[in-house]
Design a protein around this ligand. Structure first.
Ligand code: CAA
Length: 394
């Protein structure tokens, strides 16, 4: 049975900060952010968006009524959970008007959660070929003002519809994974921001890529020459290159040129959004598919997923007949271009505008946000979402 990615949806909030502007305010040479780290803008998240509303906004752009009635599982990958108990997947079931006959759960392991979800979804489709699974990757990356990780912040969600006979990519059965208990990046339940050992996290990312790539190559016999493109988890757009380049050195020039050119196409959107943790790998895939003129049916794409802490996985897929007809270049271009550019002062004000721990009702309806789904407020410690047309969900 052919199982894979049927559709991809993406959402990022309607505000952004230019990295040169941030560099100037932080007294840093702008080229460090734009070239050294490789980021042009970062997405800014208003109080009206959280992982649930962003996921709903990403999913609603791609789901038809037929998809909705076929979905019987929602797996929500995130490391920005809004509740220690209730899963974000349940809110989404309600917001999207999906059937109550769905299995809904949240999956966590840092930036790897959505890859775990994708692999579990494959198994579910194998047993239930007529079903579809909605996999979500939705996160807000915040390291704190003036922190080392500040230039790698971002926010956004990717929605992935997994099915038999997919319209975009068939996923290969072979995968290669590696787990090791390292403290490179973690966020205790009491902390608003992660603790991160930046340089060590880079080294672990590179080590994990070597591990899973070598293992995958041995398992499958597939080598760099067999790939049209490779997509990486991108905490910032330079990270994947640091892992890839040393291993590519032995390859002939044509293979190197091809994979490096596709890598750049796979970073175009990520450069404008920043790190979206679970969704970064899949945003890179969307960027590649929507910006490359060099891909054809049957091309194999490799994926490296990394979640600090740490888990890494390498897996592959092939583009299926007609994939070009199921992309949303214009919609995503508009989403990115129509964002409002904020000043550093406005960014810092937005950053500090957070949900309060209080028994009082909080109303966010006066904050401007033209997105379809938004967080409208909090009442009795319950999040209230609304959709365009003012439909209120509780
Ligand atoms: N012009 C051009 N380049 C410049 C420059 C200039 N004027 N100034 C500096 N640079 C380059 C540096 O040479 C360096 O390049 P290389 O890495 O190729 O050597 C790059 O800019 C970054 O400079 P530094 O290493 O000095 O930057 P830093 O100390 O501020 O740390 C960081 C960078 C480690 C990425 C930090 O932003 C951070 O901690 N980020 C969060 C953690 C992270 O993203 N880790 C990635 C792996 S973990 C993961 O993938 C999971 C996840 O999502 C968090």
């Amino acid at each position: 049975m052919i199982i894979g990615i049927d559709k991809l949806g993406f959402y990022t909030p309607p505000y952004a900060l230019d990295m040169e502007t941030l560099a100037e305010a932080r007294g840093v040479e702008p080229a460090k952010y734009t070239i050294g780290i490789g980021q042009t803008q970062m997405a800014l998240v208003p109080i009206t968006q959280d992982i649930v509303s962003m996921a709903a906004n990403a999913a609603q752009t791609m789901l038809t009524e037929e998809d909705k009635s076929a979905i019987d599982m929602i797996l929500f990958g995130t490391e920005t959970g809004i509740d220690h108990s209730k899963s974000a997947a349940v809110y989404l079931q309600n917001l999207l008007g999906l059937s109550n006959r769905v299995r809904a759960a949240e999956i966590k392991h840092a930036c790897y959660g959505a890859t775990a979800a994708l692999q579990l979804a494959k198994g579910h489709i194998m047993l239930n070929p007529d079903s579809k699974v909605l996999v979500i990757a939705s996160d807000i990356a915040k390291y704190g003002l003036n922190s080392g990780g500040e230039p790698t912040q971002g926010a956004g969600a990717v929605a992935i519809l997994v099915s038999a006979n997919p319209k975009l990519i068939s996923l290969d059965n072979a995968t290669s994974f590696f787990t090791d208990d390292v403290m490179d990046f973690w966020r205790p339940t009491y902390a608003a921001y992660p603790y991160v050992d930046g340089k060590y996290s880079n080294e672990q990312y590179i080590r994990f890529f070597e591990q899973v790539w070598t293992d995958y190559k041995e398992k499958t016999g597939l080598d760099f020459k067999d790939y049209a493109a490779l997509c990486f988890h991108l905490p910032y757009s330079k990270m994947g290159l640091k892992a890839l380049k040393p291993l590519l050195e032995e390859e002939d020039a044509a293979v190197q040129d091809r994979l490096l050119a596709r890598y750049q196409e796979g970073t175009i959107y990520n450069r404008l959004v920043g790190n979206i943790y679970t969704g970064s790998l899949f945003l890179s895939l969307i960027s590649l598919l929507e910006n490359s003129q060099s891909l054809s049916v049957g091309d194999r794409i490799g994926f490296f997923s990394y979640g600090s802490g740490a888990v890494g996985e390498f897996f592959s897929g092939q583009l299926v007949e007609g994939f070009q007809e199921h992309l949303n270049q214009e919609m995503h271009k508009d989403l990115l271009e129509q964002r409002q550019a904020l000043s550093v002062e406005e960014y810092e004000t937005m950053f500090a505008d957070t949900i309060q721990v209080t028994d009082q009702e909080q109303d966010f309806t006066d904050r401007p946000d033209s997105s379809h789904f938004r967080l409208a407020g909090i009442k009795d410690h319950k999040r209230l979402y609304s959709a365009s047309g003012n439909k209120l969900f509780k």
